[in-house]
Design a protein around this ligand. Structure first.
Ligand SMILES: *[C@@H]1O[C@H](CO)[C@@H](O)[C@H](O)[C@H]1NC(C)=O
Ligand SMILES: *[C@@H]1O[C@H](CO)[C@@H](O)[C@H](O)[C@H]1NC(C)=O
Ligand SMILES: *[C@@H]1O[C@H](CO)[C@@H](O)[C@H](O)[C@H]1NC(C)=O
Ligand SMILES: *[C@@H]1O[C@H](CO)[C@@H](O)[C@H](O)[C@H]1NC(C)=O
Length: 451
């Protein structure tokens, strides 16, 4: 049924009877009240007249829109109601889908959203409304294909370019200029979020190929690129020693240009002479002495090391520092207070080990002090393998008590933590001893006086 057009003011037709000019009463149909619409007569509402249902904008008659007034005063067919109208199915939009409803009544809305790989054009509304004239509000161009930024890389370029549009799904492959190495992935694809995945790589400088060496080799192959941080290890042919740093690195001194961390090592025959040290021993024991080997020495008993105990084989086939030597141990000149060497010919500034010398005390002195070296009027001492003398004898004034020694004993007793009681006893003994000595002196003195 066709929708009625044109608007009219509210109709309040309630007349049932129309007074004819002739004064006669003519039967009329009742004018019905229709929500959102009205009945409009084609001529008049008298029997036999026809009327049309006219609905408000957005409404349509729910049935036949033309009715006829019968002589019985009824409408034929029944006057239909005005019900909300519908829009046709919403149109399909490129690269978009819509909310999934089925009824499209006037006033309802439909929202579109872009498919994967497409984005909404900014400031375009994705919603359309079913208008009162049963058409959809204007249909926008809503979605555009996702676009990735142009994949530019410095010191490199995209290869095999077929089209210059970097839209969703587009693949790109990259290559660096000669002398540059690619960091990252050689291939990338424009993703639905508008970024390249994996990210667009970058091209970095590389070092020149590492230097070659004679009689040796390095770990890099001819086709390698040598980016920052690359390590090249050198090795020498069998029997040759590697002189210098085993590894060099691609590095930068100015933060800008790249170069090798140092010069390449050298391969040479380096053999140090067997390090023989008389009266000495080498540790660890070994038989070959190529470059870099280090050895330690120690001396036999009775000998002492002069020089550095450790030395290593240097690049010029010499030991650095020079080999030490083992020299015989010697004792210094022995000093005996109030005594001297019995044999003046024995007097030297240094004495080899195992030398035994004999002392005698000066006139008026005699050996004392219970040491094993004291035998009546002579004393001896022997130079030991560690460069020290056996305890030297001591010469005391004749008749003089060895008070110092005794006191020394007491002092030692204190230090050893002897109980106080014992110390007191000791001191008392000491006192007694001193008194006896004093008495002796007095006695000697009085003897002389008597004589
Ligand atoms: C009403 O319409 C009928 C049929 O068309 C016509 O005969 C009659 O004269 C009309 N009445 C008036 C008052 O116009
Ligand atoms: C429907 O109404 C809208 C606005 O109310 C108007 O722009 C459009 O032209 C109308 N469509 C038709 C087919 O009359
Ligand atoms: C050998 O090299 C060392 C440094 O490693 C140097 O001190 C020494 O003088 C050199 N000796 C000779 C004989 O060249
Ligand atoms: C000293 O004597 C001991 C034992 O008689 C001997 O083993 C040692 O080799 C000697 N030392 C020297 C340096 O003559």
């Amino acid at each position: 049924m066709r929708a009625l057009r044109g608007l009219m003011g509210p109709l309040l037709a309630v007349a049932v009877l129309v007074l004819q000019p002739a004064g006669s009463l003519e039967l009329q149909c009742q004018v019905p009240l229709i929500a959102h619409g009205r009945l409009r007569p084609v001529h008049n509402f008298t029997s036999g007249g026809a009327a049309m249902v006219e609905c408000d904008a957005g409404y349509v008659p729910a049935g036949t829109g033309t009715v006829r007034c019968l002589s019985s005063g009824r409408w034929q067919p029944r006057v239909p109601a005005c019900v909300p109208g519908r829009c046709p199915s919403p149109p399909a939009l490129s690269y978009a889908d819509r909310s999934p409803q089925r009824e499209f009544l006037v006033g309802s809305t439909v929202t579109y959203f872009c498919r994967n790989g497409y984005t909404m054009i900014p400031e375009v509304s994705p919603t359309i409304t079913c208008l009162k004239n049963f058409t959809w509000s204007s249909i926008p161009t809503l979605c555009q294909m996702v676009q990735c930024p142009n994949p530019t890389i410095s010191h490199g370029q995209e290869i095999n370019v077929k089209d210059a549009k970097y839209t969703f799904g587009r693949q790109a492959a990259f290559q660096c200029d000669p002398g540059y190495v690619l960091w990252g992935s050689r291939r990338a694809q424009c993703g639905s979020d508008g970024t390249w995945s994996p990210p667009v790589p970058f091209c970095d400088k590389v070092c020149d190929p590492p230097p070659q060496i004679t009689s040796g080799q390095h770990t890099a192959s001819r086709s390698d690129l040598f980016p920052y941080g690359y390590e090249v290890k050198y090795s020498c042919a069998a029997g040759l020693s590697l002189i210098g740093d085993e590894s060099i690195y691609c590095t930068s001194t100015d933060g800008e240009n790249l170069g090798w961390s140092g010069s390449a090592p050298e391969c040479r025959v380096v053999r140090c002479p067997r390090p023989d040290v008389e009266h000495g021993r080498m540790a660890p024991p070994r038989h070959t002495f190529p470059y870099g080997v280090s050895v330690r020495f120690s001396c036999d008993e009775g000998f002492v090391l002069r020089g550095d105990a450790e030395t290593w084989c240097a690049a010029n086939s010499t030991w650095q520092p020079p080999l030490p030597s083992c020299v015989p141990v010697q004792c210094p000149e022995p000093q005996v207070v109030n005594g001297r060497l019995k044999n003046a010919r024995d007097s030297k500034t240094r004495y080899p080990a195992n030398t035994t010398v004999t002392f005698e005390c000066l006139h008026g002195y005699h050996f004392s002090g219970g040491g094993p070296a004291a035998f009546g009027d002579t004393g001896t001492a022997t130079c030991l393998a560690d460069g020290k003398w056996t305890p030297l004898p001591k010469c005391k004034k004749q008749g003089e008590a060895d008070i110092c020694e005794e006191v020394g004993d007491i002092k030692a007793a204190f230090e050893c933590g002897v109980p106080m009681e014992e110390v007191r006893t000791l001191l008392e003994v000491q006192k007694l001893f001193l008194e006896i000595q004093k008495l002796k002196v007095e006695l000697g003195l009085s003897n002389k006086v008597i004589l």
